[in-house]
Design a protein around this ligand. Structure first.
Ligand code: HPA
Ligand code: ZN
Length: 345
């Protein structure tokens, strides 16, 4: 199965069913939609055109990206805006044969500007239901706390979201990592676990391996978002492998934010060789140059060690790592097996 010609490997990468588990819906806001929503909502923009805005997407670090990403999200005001943003993502995801998506949203980015929690969650949840009905994508929401803000602010956000508790399946932790370790959010995550919410956290993107340890031990994170810096700590790698803690890795994001200088230097092969439950994801596709299949194709083209066996492992891991019920996961794996049988024969 490892000797497929390049075009057939590409077809396999594109056509295999897969889950996306690390995608910030605000990061799917394309410049065209930013301009349309800005006009509709009367929000002034610092850029004269879509081209000008795209030209500003030259990042040197996570923070340099976040500044532009939060500015882009400022055009979102009404429930309908949140629906349209998420629906546009689901249409793209369906084209990439994504059959399941657990998408992140950042309510504090909006509630801090005076947008109602209801507009955010109800708009996004409507898009999730429609994605299931019309595109066959099972979709759920994960509420992320902004780690550059205080734990009290996170707790207040959780309370505001609780009337919509049945509209999201879990919580995550994102935004500026350095200087904001997971343990800063110990209490709010404990409360989330009591509420039966799933728990994930960004760790080990720019932050050190110690942040991955504390995401596991203090927050009890069930998945680590990014986590690529685990390779600096062999004991941590052994633990992640033994416990099959998934790492949601985002290759194009890592290059755009300079975690790795080039895709050819990305440590994805080492992560897979270490026996880790790695998945591939797009993170912020409108900002980092591509959606999920673009990430698969670019990573496999840049890293010749990756072949059909690794494609299968990544897709299978994406289902294993999801929060779907076991019987549903088994159905997706059966569909994956059929695709492989057809395209590698
Ligand atoms: N890291 C941290 N916070 C984020 C990211 C990311 O890659 N994308 C959106 N918010
Ligand atoms: Zn992320």
């Amino acid at each position: 199965m490892n000797e497929l010609p390049r075009e057939r490997l590409h077809a396999l990468l594109r056509q295999m069913p897969k889950a996306e588990l690390h995608m910030h819906v605000e990061g799917s806001l394309e410049p065209e939609l930013i301009f349309r929503l800005a006009r509709r909502n009367g929000v002034p923009l610092p850029h004269a055109s879509v081209e000008d805005l795209r030209a500003a997407y030259a990042f040197t670090s996570l923070q340099s990206f976040l500044d532009i990403y939060y500015a882009g999200a400022s055009v979102l005001r009404q429930q309908e805006d949140f629906f349209e943003m998420a629906w546009a993502y689901f249409e793209r995801a369906a084209a990439d044969n994504v059959v399941h998506a657990e998408i992140f949203f950042d309510p504090q980015t909006h509630t801090e500007r005076g947008v109602d929690m209801e507009a955010v969650i109800v708009g996004l949840a409507h898009a999730c239901r429609r994605a299931h009905a019309e595109l066959g994508i099972s979709a759920s929401l994960i509420l992320c706390f902004l780690r550059h803000l205080s734990e009290d602010a996170a707790m207040a956000t959780l309370e505001q979201a609780l009337p919509y508790r049945d509209q999201f399946i879990g919580v995550g932790l994102d935004s500026s990592e350095r200087g904001h370790p997971p343990e800063k959010f110990a209490r709010v995550f404990a409360r989330c676990r009591e509420l039966g919410l799933h728990v994930v956290a960004h760790a080990g993107e720019e932050g050190p391996p110690a942040y991955i340890w504390s995401a596991l031990d203090v927050l009890k994170a069930e998945r680590i978002d990014h986590g690529v810096r685990c390779l600096e700590d062999p004991a941590l790698v052994r633990r992640l492998a033994a416990e099959r803690v998934p790492l949601t890795v985002c290759p194009m994001s890592n290059v755009k934010l300079r975690v790795f200088d080039t895709l050819a230097e990305h440590k994805l092969p080492a992560l897979l060789d270490a026996g880790l439950c790695v998945t591939l994801n797009s993170d912020d596709p409108a900002y980092f140059g591509g959606y999920l299949n673009d990430n698969f194709v670019a990573a496999f083209d840049a890293l010749p060690q990756l072949a059909a066996a690794q494609a299968y492992a990544l897709a299978r891991n994406s289902f294993e790592a999801s929060f779907a019920p076991p019987a549903v996961k088994a159905g997706w794996v059966a569909a994956l097996d059929q695709t492989f049988a057809r395209l590698t024969a």
